[in-house]
Design a protein around this ligand. Structure first.
Ligand SMILES: *[C@@H]1O[C@H](CO)[C@@H](O)[C@H](O)[C@H]1NC(C)=O
Length: 572
């Protein structure tokens, strides 16, 4: 009750100064259930209007209409538009005026989305870990509430007359560590509702997305409370990036897809569904990037997440930071198989997918998303285990459109696709130059996916140098030029001091041989077109350890015995 009184007082105060918007035309009312059902599948226009400080500040150019055409053509029904407002306030307390040009830009981008018949969800995004972080040391909750009300009042005013294709989402991933924090997020949901109602227009009929602490399924289940007196049609939005190690390439976790892996994901979704049996649920962000995850594992992951979301009636909106999935510059999907799975899979879809190692304790990783051939070895037939899932293989096509001959180029035996020696000899010899030779596309009699197989000739990569002085290179990332000699990406990196101490996370000694002593993508290691990268944080760790350390770069295929790895030493 205290909460409600306090916040009613706030709105009464602010309402005095502001008139409500009146819209011409009418609003086609829609229930939250229909809105949520209709928006699936959705796509996030990530790292764009949410970039800090401004649109264009991160890895994407300002929004192009052509990108939204592609999203529509690709089969999506909605776009979530994350917006960070922090750097667009032109005044402080008590008005917290937002730059009208920025409000107009958000309005214009929403129009680009909805004019294509796409549903849209607009939010308050990275503000949650800037000024609106209720968990920050010394956080001034009264000021956060005042600013949050004023922000949503201004957004609500600018967007008051948007059609019912537009929904508002209170706040993205608000940090919350305790039940008190969770209660404060509930209060922010209420303030958000009051602010948009005070702004007027069609807002009182508009679908809203409410969130719980962290916008994660567990904290939302624990702490979310329905705002008292809510009259808007409403849904809950949550996000899911789990398991962390697979999604973020931590600790050598390049394998996913065991029954245990699937059961954990199923249970996570089941728990939030069971907590909110009659509330429309939106999975507003999830991802397994085509940049850093292994394709067979990734496709199993997307397949399972879509099947489980469908089973529990949860609509999905995939995250795309602009580097993960759609290349907005070329208009190409980096991984068309992922797109097919995301757009086309329900609980009743049987996708045919490449089989791959699922046992996290394995010593090497097999993947039927590839035909790997090592330089210097004989050309022999290759048998790829495949998960047909009740479908039959209809055709295999090379990237230039040539169709392989069934029976001579390949055959199907049980659950294997066997590529003949004669066919593979047309693609490579023992001495062919290493690299990606071709990409085959498989067509099946059913399912949403037409998975690819990359033919890769590989040899051990070569670094341009193999050591450096840690203190001499500290302070920034160290880029080491590489000749890839195969698939041009890293699988993982092992980091050990000369005396065998794990540089990071020594508990990984309890994991399988492909994970022990492995460091984390982006935090500790990375790569670009021509380099592997040891991050400044890793170099600092070596300096702090005071021990010469060896970084072992690992590539696909992850074969037993280190045959596809190279070492780099940082000396102290
Ligand atoms: C609600 O969610 C919590 C946290 O995930 C879980 O412990 C609990 O079992 C869930 N309740 C139901 C009825 O599923």
């Amino acid at each position: 009750m205290y909460t409600l009184l306090c916040f009613a007082g706030l709105s009464a105060l602010l309402q005095i100064a502001h008139a409500q918007v009146t819209c011409s035309g009418s609003f086609a009312s829609i229930t939250a259930e229909d809105f949520v059902a209709n928006l699936h599948p959705g796509w996030n226009l990530g790292n764009t209007l949410d970039a800090i400080p401004d649109e264009g500040s991160w890895n994407n150019a300002p929004v192009q209409a052509a990108t939204l055409d592609l999203i529509k053509e690709s089969g999506f029904n909605s776009v979530r538009l994350p917006v960070t407002w922090t750097h667009h306030f032109t005044g402080g307390s008590p008005d917290w005026t937002v730059d009208p040009a920025w409000l107009q830009r958000v309005s214009d981008v929403l129009d680009l989305i909805t004019s294509r018949g796409l549903y849209a969800i607009v939010d308050v995004h990275h503000d949650s870990w800037e000024w609106a972080d209720v968990t920050a040391a010394g956080a001034d909750l009264a000021q956060i509430e005042e600013k949050f009300y004023r922000l949503w009042y201004q957004i609500g005013t600018t967007l008051a007359c948007k059609s019912s294709l537009v929904a508002f989402e209170s706040i993205n991933e608000p940090p919350a560590n305790t039940a008190e924090d969770g209660a404060e997020i509930n209060k922010l949901n209420s303030i958000f509702l009051q602010a948009i109602a005070d702004a007027g227009g069609f807002n009182s009929q508009r679908v809203v997305n409410l969130v719980g602490g962290g916008q994660d399924s567990i904290k939302t289940s624990q702490w979310f409370e329905v705002p008292e007196g809510i009259t808007n049609p409403w849904a809950i939005q949550f996000h899911y990036y789990s398991p962390y190690d697979f999604i973020f390439s931590a600790w050598g976790k390049t394998i996913w897809g065991s029954d245990d892996d699937k059961d954990i994901l199923t249970t996570d979704f089941e728990l939030i569904r069971n907590n909110f049996t009659d509330v429309p649920l939106i999975l507003g962000e999830y991802d397994a990037s085509s940049v850093n995850t292994e394709p067979a594992a990734r496709w199993k992951y997307f397949d399972h997440i879509q099947r489980v979301a469908s089973q529990f009636g949860i609509s999905t909106i995939m995250w795309d930071n602009g580097a993960d999935h759609l290349d907005r510059t070329t208009g190409q999907w980096r991984d068309p198989t992922t797109l097919d799975i995301v757009v086309g899979t329900t609980e009743n879809t049987a996708n045919s997918l490449p089989d791959s190692t699922e046992d996290a304790s394995a010593a090497e990783q097999q993947s039927s998303a590839f035909i790997f051939h090592q330089v210097g070895t004989d050309v022999t037939s290759q048998s790829l285990p495949y998960l047909f899932n009740g479908n039959s293989l209809v055709s295999i096509t090379e990237s230039d459109g040539s169709v392989l001959a069934s029976g001579s180029d390949y055959s199907v035996s049980g659950s294997n696709i066997i590529f003949s020696t004669a066919y593979l000899a047309t693609k490579y010899t023992a001495s062919s130059a290493p690299g990606v030779i071709d990409t085959l596309t498989l067509q099946f009699s059913g399912g949403a996916a037409s998975p690819t197989i990359q033919i890769v000739q590989w040899d051990t990569p070569v670094l341009s140098s193999t050591s450096a002085s840690a203190s001499a290179v500290s302070g920034s990332d160290l880029s080491i030029p590489i000749t890839w000699n195969g698939l041009p990406k890293l699988a993982t990196v092992k980091a050990l001091t000369n005396s065998g101490v794990y540089l990071f996370d020594d508990w990984t000694q309890w994991l399988g041989p492909l994970q022990q002593a492995r460091a984390t993508y982006s935090n500790h290691w990375n790569w670009d077109t021509n380099n592997v990268i040891i991050t400044a944080a890793s170099i600092d760790a070596v300096v702090a350890a005071g021990q010469t350390s060896v970084f072992t770069f690992e590539f696909y295929p992850r074969v037993d015995g280190g045959g596809n790895t190279v070492e780099f030493t940082l000396t102290v």
